[in-house]
Ligand binder design. Sequence first.
Ligand code: SF4
Ligand code: SF4
Length: 169
Amino acid sequence: MSEVIREISPVRQYFKNLFDGVKAIYNGMRLTLKYMFLPKVTEVYPDVKRNLPQRFRGRFAFLYNKDDGKMLCIGCYACVKVCPPQTIVMETIKGEDKKIKTTRYEINIGECISCANCVEVCPVGALEMTHEYETATFNQMDLVYGMDKLAKYVEKPNMYMPPDGKAKK
Ligand code: SF4
Ligand code: SF4
């Protein structure tokens, strides 16, 4: 049995299109008016910045003691070994006092995946994931941070806190 296809007359089609158009404008305006009087949820970044959670992992920092200006790092290379993208470049020397001294500490923050493995593993709390996240740049070489750019002066080491909030023993 063949199906009968009914054609709409041009006049009827014209008024149908007109009605659909008016209906679409009405729906759009109704939503616009509704949201005009509701509290605004848009945050105008970068003028307004969100409060970040305490455990937010932003740009990495290499810590120094605020009192004497000495680095906390003891040159054990544990962070270098656990870094998944192998982005930490480090050099050490043995001083006259037989102590290991870190002479180069560099990471490419473009390669860093903010996993915080290095922070977790550091035995002396010499590393930190800061709350800084505005690190975009047009020059890739600017993403390589040396000791000067990574430096942060603190009063106490950053001992890693696991997710349950209890300090590592
Ligand atoms: S946070 Fe992860 S990826 Fe970034 S330097 Fe540390 S170990 Fe490497
Ligand atoms: S794990 Fe800590 S102490 Fe060891 S090399 Fe890395 S920053 Fe230095």
